[in-house]
Design a binder for this molecule. Structure first.
Ligand code: FAD
Length: 375
């Protein structure tokens, strides 16, 4: 603990957050909210978001509201109400589900991360700071950097993504695993002349994809492929080859055109990695959060949302019990069983046979996620 002014005996918990991505920045904002002095260490030379748009569900937006930034985040994005389509273009929704099970906010990632970084305070974020490991003792943690002096803190939060160094220290042998054959392609293109609305099509050959308006002037397209087989050609050709499976009888010409018009270097191609289920997420003074704790396959489109949920639970635990050794077990106890269930949903959504089954299985997941989310 730091004592700013010993005569006033005001103690501040100093927390280091490793990783300045969506979840690390939200964690920093949340812990500042409860009085921690926070330092964010980010290995990249600047805060930048890899990715196109991210869908944030109500459970994430509630936490952003709690931190006082929900309104500004909503102003960045577009409210989306999803319909699923079969490859012939028939719209589908699961019977018995209402609009809230299909509604989220789609936000451009770079703007979201910039807003979060400004809210945390750029002076609290050190970029170009690659963390190589840490040691923990009864009084705190010492974080080692590739360059520069080690840093000491009371609490360390590893928000450093699927290849987390903090997870490697806490749980040796827990490396992220390739989700064999699973790839995602996506890009943002100018919206002028593109269709309005959001279309997600579930096609044959385990191909899924479509597009969504991510801002008034930008549209995001995405193609998700399980069992991709050998990849040939450039990124655009790889995405186009799969997207053709979604385009029976002229349906989805718009998607094909969007992909064909996208410059090669604007296309993101992700080979999907997953973090194995972990036996624990914390020690007395170290906690994993976000993808570092539970990197999931993106086909349920909720990893970031659930990472923000983690933040709310960690904030509440540390608020109720400022001693990390007492608070972190409560955080871990709340989160691990939830992710056991989410992995089951993820598998069932992956293995749906057709668009109708996908619509039902996905809505079952989103309904469960929203109705069981921590308040
Ligand atoms: C194709 C795709 C689509 C998706 N769509 C959605 C969606 O619609 N909705 C949704 O909720 N989720 C979605 N997700 C999941 C979501 O993107 C992730 O769950 C989320 O971005 C994880 O955030 P994070 O901050 O935990 O990790 P990351 O965003 O990976 O951030 C980790 C940060 O840590 C830094 N870092 C790593 N190692 C070190 C180190 N040693 N030292 C210092 N810094 C380090 C990295 O540079 C990075 O900035 C999608 C994912 C993919 C791949």
């Amino acid at each position: 603990m730091e004592c700013d002014n010993p005569s006033r005996k005001e103690w501040t918990m100093h927390t280091i957050v490793v990783g300045g991505g969506l979840v690390g920045l939200t964690t920093a904002a949340a812990l500042q909210h409860i009085g921690h002095t926070v330092t964010v260490l980010e290995q990249a030379p600047e805060i930048r978001a890899v990715g196109a748009g991210i869908g944030l569900w109500d459970n994430a937006l509630r936490e952003l509201d709690e931190l006082g930034i929900g309104t500004r985040v909503r102003a960045l994005g577009q409210g989306i109400e999803t319909w699923f389509f079969d490859p012939a273009g028939h719209p589908l929704r699961a019977p018995g589900r209402d609009a809230s099970d299909h509604s989220f906010l789609l936000v451009p990632r770079p703007e979201l991360n910039a807003l979060l970084a400004d809210h945390v305070g750029r002076d609290r974020i050190t970029v170009g700071a690659k963390v190589t490991g840490y040691t923990e003792d009864a009084g705190g943690v010492v974080v080692r950097l590739a360059e520069g002096d080690p840093l000491r803190a009371d609490l360390l939060v590893g928000a450093d993504g699927v290849h987390s160094r903090i997870r490697a220290g806490l749980l040796p042998g827990s490396e992220a695993q390739v989700h064999q054959g699973h790839y995602a392609w996506r890009a943002i293109v100018p919206a002028a002349g593109r269709p309005e609305g959001t279309v997600l099509t579930v096609g044959p050959g385990r191909t899924r994809g479509g597009y969504a308006r991510v801002a008034a002037d930008r549209t995001m397209w995405m193609v998700n492929q399980f069992d991709a087989g050998p990849l040939t050609g450039g990124k655009r050709d790889r995405a186009l080859q799969r997207a053709h499976r979604l385009a029976d009888a002229g349906w989805h010409e718009d998607l094909l055109r969007m992909i064909a018009d996208t410059p090669e270097d604007a296309i993101l191609e992700n080979r999907i990695m997953r973090v194995p289920a972990l036996p624990h997420w914390t020690s007395d003074r170290v906690a994993l959060i976000g993808d570092a704790a539970h990197g999931l396959s993106p086909h349920i489109a909720a990893g970031g949302t659930l990472g923000i949920e983690d933040v709310g639970v960690l904030r509440a635990a540390l608020s109720a019990s400022p001693d990390p050794a007492a608070a972190l077990p409560a955080y871990e106890r709340a989160r691990i069983p939830r992710f056991d269930r989410i992995r089951e949903f993820s598998e069932s959504v992956e293995n749906t046979a057709d668009a109708a089954e996908f619509a039902e299985t996905y809505a079952a997941f989103s309904h469960w996620m929203l109705t069981t989310a921590p308040q």
